[in-house]
Design a protein around this ligand. Structure first.
Ligand SMILES: *Cc1c(COP(=O)(O)O)cnc(C)c1O
Length: 382
């Protein structure tokens, strides 16, 4: 495609189209489609200081392309939204919390959120910030919102896969003068667009399905408004939790297959969930029509994610099941092209039963994956 006069660019309306083209610079003759990683601690800077590229902790052209790409996926449309990438999901989460909150503020976190939250809570409390928690299910965070400065949502929640109503909670928070951040890790921007549902920040670990190969850590923050975005950018400069150019470039390269991976992986998750129906307890996947999360998820999500959770009767049974799987690696994390599963209770911290399994569907052939899961389930029952 060339940007010559009179030739209209085809609109990138479909997710697959948007994913393969996201963040690409204007074509330049004899240059690559996606320029390679720029390794630079400093840039030539004679005379007075002017941007865009001065010092490698502040800006990097490889981040710029990736940040445009993620912004286009999180908030498609003519106006680019501010996006900042970070060294990890936790760096992105911390950047929002610690740039927006001051001593004396109150923040509402999910009680069933990502497992590092108890540590985050300790740190916030040590800085004089009041931390309130309530479960994701049933929009229970509504009940503790009064006087809060920031509402933090994680939907679907990890690992319990409960879902809350982003629009309803965002309206309630804004009516009380609070900002709203949504952890969009599990859904990915193809599954859910929090800014369109009223959130001020969409924050995620790009380590998971967004990049999908289990080979890098990365995080991002997308902001609805320039003011909060400037504070997040300032925090990144202070803390220096910046992505390496190689990781940023690998992430951008991985975005080209996002729609393909999500389509296969999420279909596999639903197939595994359907195959497990009646064979396990506590089966959860927001895409199952009878899941407690399904009604709200179907209203605000466009895809339901690649994670399935369920319980086996005992820890020993769960360990035998994981051991018997051939196509599923026993590993933490989720969202990769190779299926993984783990007994979540082995970490401590999450309020889950001993036999609770978090299963992340990869991009294997559906029949192969379902057959492996059912075989391992049968073999482990003895
Ligand atoms: C993994 C994860 C994080 C943390 O991301 P890192 O890239 O590991 O720092 C935050 N939130 C959720 C929901 C996650 O799954």
């Amino acid at each position: 495609m060339t940007a010559t006069g009179g030739t209209e660019r085809p609109p990138a309306n479909g997710d697959g189209t948007r994913a393969v083209r996201a963040g690409l610079p204007e074509p330049v003759k004899n240059e690559p489609t996606l320029p390679g990683p720029v390794f630079a601690a400093h840039f030539h800077l004679p005379g007075d200081v002017s941007g865009p590229y001065t010092y490698g902790r502040d800006e990097n052209p490889t981040w710029t392309h990736l940040e445009r790409a993620i912004g286009e996926l999180e908030a498609p449309g003519p106006a680019a939204v501010p996006c900042l990438t970070f060294a990890s999901g936790m760096a992105a989460i911390s950047a929002v919390l610690f740039s927006q909150l001051r001593a004396g503020d109150a923040v509402v976190l999910p009680s069933d959120g990502y497992q590092v939250f108890p540590l985050v809570r300790e740190q916030l409390t040590a800085y004089g910030i009041e931390v309130r928690t309530a479960p994701t299910a049933g929009d229970a965070q509504l009940d503790v919102l009064d006087g809060a400065r920031l509402l933090w949502l994680e939907t679907p929640s990890n690992p319990g896969l409960d879902v809350c109503d982003i629009r309803r909670l965002a309206d309630a928070a804004h009516a009380r003068g609070a900002l709203v951040a949504v952890d969009n890790t599990l859904a990915t921007p193809l599954g859910q667009r929090p800014l369109e549902l009223g959130a001020d920040f969409s924050v995620a670990s790009a380590t998971k399905q967004l990049t999908g190969h289990g080979d890098l850590l990365l995080g991002y923050v997308v902001c609805a408004d320039a003011g909060p975005a400037a504070a997040v950018r300032r925090w990144r400069k202070i803390v220096g939790a910046i992505p390496g150019p190689m990781e940023a470039w690998l992430a951008h390269r991985s975005l080209a297959t996002l729609e393909l991976r999500v389509a296969r992986q999420n279909a596999n998750a639903l197939a595994v969930a359907q195959a497990l129906r009646g064979r396990v307890t506590g089966l959860r996947h927001p895409g199952l029509p009878d899941d407690p999360s399904h009604a709200v998820a179907a209203r605000q999500m466009r895809r339901f994610g690649c994670v399935v959770s369920f319980e086996l009767p005992t820890r020993a049974r769960a360990e035998r099941f994981l051991d018997a799987l051939d196509l599923v690696d026993e590993a933490t994390s989720f969202g990769g092209v190779r299926s993984t599963a783990e007994r979540r209770g082995r970490w401590g911290g999450d309020a889950v039963a001993d036999g609770f399994i978090r299963f992340s569907a990869g991009a294997e052939d559906t029949e192969d994956l379902v057959a492996d899961v059912l075989r391992a389930l049968a073999e482990s029952s003895g």
